[in-house]
Design a protein around this ligand. Structure first.
Ligand code: ZN
Length: 238
C-alpha cells in the first residue's frame, strides 16, 4: 500500500495535514497515529473532494485525538545546575548542591543531589553528571517496572520486549516495528506510577498501533486508572 497523496483541511485556526492511501477496500478509514499523523485509507474510486468532505466531517474527532496525545510529549525546561535548583527523580524533588572538588562525582544525600566537580562553572559538565545519575537510576528502575507491568499483558500474548533506554526529544516512549520498547531517559524523573503508565501505554501498542477503542479497552483492563496517571504525567513539572 503506497501513499498516493497528501492533503490538508482547516479546523478553526489549524491546518491539519493527512495522507491518503488507496486500496481496493470499499470503505474509507481515518486513523490518527501515536505520532499524531492523520492517515486516510480510501477506496480506489473515491474522489478527492469526497475524501476531503469525509475528513472534514470527522474534524472534531481528529483534532481531539491529536490534542489528547500531543500532551504525551515531554516539555524541555532549561536548567542552570546551580545550588538550590530542584531536580526530580522518580517524582521526588531533590535540591541540587554543587561543591568544588578535585574530582567529579554525583550522588544522592538524603533530599539532595550532590555534584562534586573541579568545573563547577561549566553548565555542560554538570548537566552531563546529572544525566549520568539519571542513566544509572533509569537502568535500575525501568527493567524492574517492565517486569511489574508485563503480566497484565500476558493474556494478549505480548512477549517480553527488548528494552531500550535513550534520550527522546518528543515522546516518553515508543513501541518499534521491531518490537522493542523504547523509554525516554528523562522518564526517570517521573513518579513510578507514571513510569508504569508509559510502559503499559507502549505495551498496548504491541497489540494495537493507534489509540482507538481497542487500545483503550486493553488499557482499561490492564491499568484501570491509566487516565489519572496520564493526567498526572502531563501536569508534572517535567
Ligand atoms: Zn501511544
Amino acid at each position: 500500500m503506497a501513499v498516493s497523496a497528501e492533503a490538508s483541511f482547516k479546523w478553526g485556526r489549524r491546518r491539519i495535514a493527512y495522507s491518503i492511501e488507496r486500496t481496493d477496500r470499499s470503505r474509507l478509514k481515518i486513523t490518527v497515529t501515536p505520532s499524531c499523523e492523520v492517515r486516510v485509507v480510501a477506496p480506489l474510486q473515491a474522489h478527492k473532494d469526497e475524501i476531503r468532505e469525509r475528513v472534514q466531517r470527522k474534524g472534531h474527532w481528529i483534532v481531539k485525538q491529536i490534542e489528547d496525545f500531543e500532551q504525551y510529549r515531554p516539555k524541555t525546561p532549561t536548567r542552570q545546575f546551580v545550588s538550590g535548583e530542584t531536580h526530580l527523580l522518580k517524582g521526588v524533588q531533590y535540591r541540587l548542591r554543587v561543591v568544588s572538588h578535585v574530582a567529579s562525582n554525583i550522588f544522592i544525600d538524603h533530599d539532595r543531589i550532590v555534584i562534586e566537580t573541579p568545573r563547577s562553572e561549566s553548565r555542560r559538565h554538570k548537566a552531563a553528571l546529572l544525566k549520568h545519575l539519571y542513566n544509572i537510576e533509569a537502568h535500575r528502575e525501568f527493567p524492574a517496572r517492565l517486569n511489574a507491568v508485563m503480566p497484565a499483558f500476558g493474556v494478549d500474548g505480548v512477549e517480553h520486549p527488548r528494552l531500550i533506554i535513550r534520550p527522546m526529544i518528543k515522546r516518553w516512549g515508543s513501541f518499534t516495528p521491531k518490537r522493542n520498547l523504547v523509554l525516554n531517559l528523562d522518564l526517570i524523573q517521573a513518579p513510578v506510577y507514571c513510569i508504569d503508565y508509559v510502559i503499559a501505554h507502549e505495551l498496548a501498542h504491541a497489540v494495537q498501533p493507534d489509540h482507538g477503542p481497542r487500545w483503550r479497552r486493553l488499557m482499561d483492563r490492564a491499568m484501570p486508572d491509566w487516565r489519572e496517571r496520564k493526567i498526572h504525567l502531563e501536569q508534572s513539572l517535567l
